[in-house]
Design a protein around this ligand. Structure first.
Ligand SMILES: C[S@@+](CC[C@H](N)C(=O)[O-])C[C@H]1O[C@@H](n2cnc3c(N)ncnc32)[C@H](O)[C@@H]1O
Length: 326
């Protein structure tokens, strides 16, 4: 099959980017003060993934503090920092990492602007606690004078036809024509009409962006932060860049970016993805695409025949009497 060459590169030729292979702390030491308008990352969670050695939470946080010193130094005065984390788990007990990290960033004088809940519909099913379906993003600014472009990330309002009902503006539209503030619970724009959650699918095996990385985050999540918290030509850093999702979400929007990653294999995947982005071939879930909701006709949405008219006995011996409709 003949593949037509694109007429232009998808990455603006004035946009600068680097994927640096090595240890974040060492590489950061060589970067000038106040370079970045946005530092966004998902650090290792110390949960024993293939790229990390699990240690005590105290030791883990101590090693992260060294890097955080450098991050604060390299963040510009108008800059923002987004720290995306979930839970550290030890013998079935969960430790929400944002609680621990908040103290560290506060000690460095950063100011929390939002604790964003990133909700996703899929994941492991827990049996000893409720299944985890969200992670958080701590968004800090370095000073009180920080970049925040709300208009660039507004979502359609639910009732755009709403009018002022009294006062000088009586009868005029009360909303913003550009849409409403997306809130601190993130959802896909079109999905906003049905639910009130900003439901960005996390990157699991059936997601169009999935690579060989065990816990990549979605590019659309990066894009929301990049659009709201930087300006065109700003510099963005991801000190734990994995397969390059931050760099891709940044350069796609005319921001310069540096990703630092210690595993060569992930750096190579990141470089390949950037090449594909430039050729218009990278599979990216579009920022506004609604989450797929199965219709009643879809096989997966139907109750298995074995479950119909099923009566479940609970542990007390009484009957729940669950009857599925078919
Ligand atoms: C949670 S993953 C980040 C994934 C990334 N957000 C993506 O979408 O691909 C954390 C990454 O940090 C890397 N890493 C851990 N410690 C590091 C260090 N000291 N320096 C550089 N990279 C490190 C790991 O190899 C891993 O790829």
């Amino acid at each position: 099959m003949k593949v037509n060459e694109p007429l232009f590169d998808y990455i603006n030729p004035n946009t600068d980017y680097q994927i640096l292979n090595g240890d974040s702390l060492k590489i950061l030491k060589g970067i000038e003060d106040k370079k970045f308008d946005l530092i966004i990352t998902s650090p290792p969670y110390n949960v024993g993934k293939s790229y990390e050695t699990k240690t005590s939470i105290e030791k883990y946080l101590e090693s992260q503090e060294g890097i955080i010193n450098e991050l604060v130094r390299t963040l510009s005065d108008k800059g923002n920092l987004c720290w995306q984390v979930g839970n550290y788990v030890d013998k079935g007990e969960i430790f929400p990492l944002d609680i621990y990290y908040y103290q560290i960033f506060k000690k460095h004088g950063l100011k929390l602007r939002n604790r964003i809940i990133w909700h996703f519909g899929h994941g492991l099913h827990a049996s000893n606690r409720f299944s985890g379906r969200y992670e958080t993003i701590l968004w800090f600014s370095k000073t009180n004078d920080y970049i925040f472009n709300l208009d660039d990330v507004r979502v359609p309002s639910k009732y755009p036809g709403k009018l002022h009902f009294k006062g000088a503006k009586k009868g005029q539209p009360s909303g913003n024509p550009l849409g409403k503030n997306p809130s601190d619970i993130w959802e896909i724009i079109a999905n906003d009409w049905e639910t009130s959650m900003w439901n960005i699918p996390n990157v699991k095996s059936n997601h169009p962006e999935k690579t060989g990385h065990p816990c990549q985050f979605p590019i659309e999540l990066v894009e929301r932060c990049v659009l709201a918290l930087t300006n065109e030509n700003s510099w963005v850093l991801d000190p734990f860049s994995g397969v390059g999702s931050t760099v891709i979400g940044s350069i796609k929007n005319n921001r310069n970016a540096i990703g630092i990653e210690k595993e060569e294999e992930y750096c190579n995947i990141a470089r390949k993805r950037i090449e594909e982005l430039n050729e218009g071939k990278l599979k990216i879930r579009p920022i506004n695409k609604p989450i797929h909701i199965p219709s009643e006709k879809d096989k997966v949405a139907q109750v298995p025949i074995e479950w119909t008219q099923l009566e479940l006995q609970n542990v007390n011996g009484s009957y729940n009497g669950i009857t599925h409709k078919i």
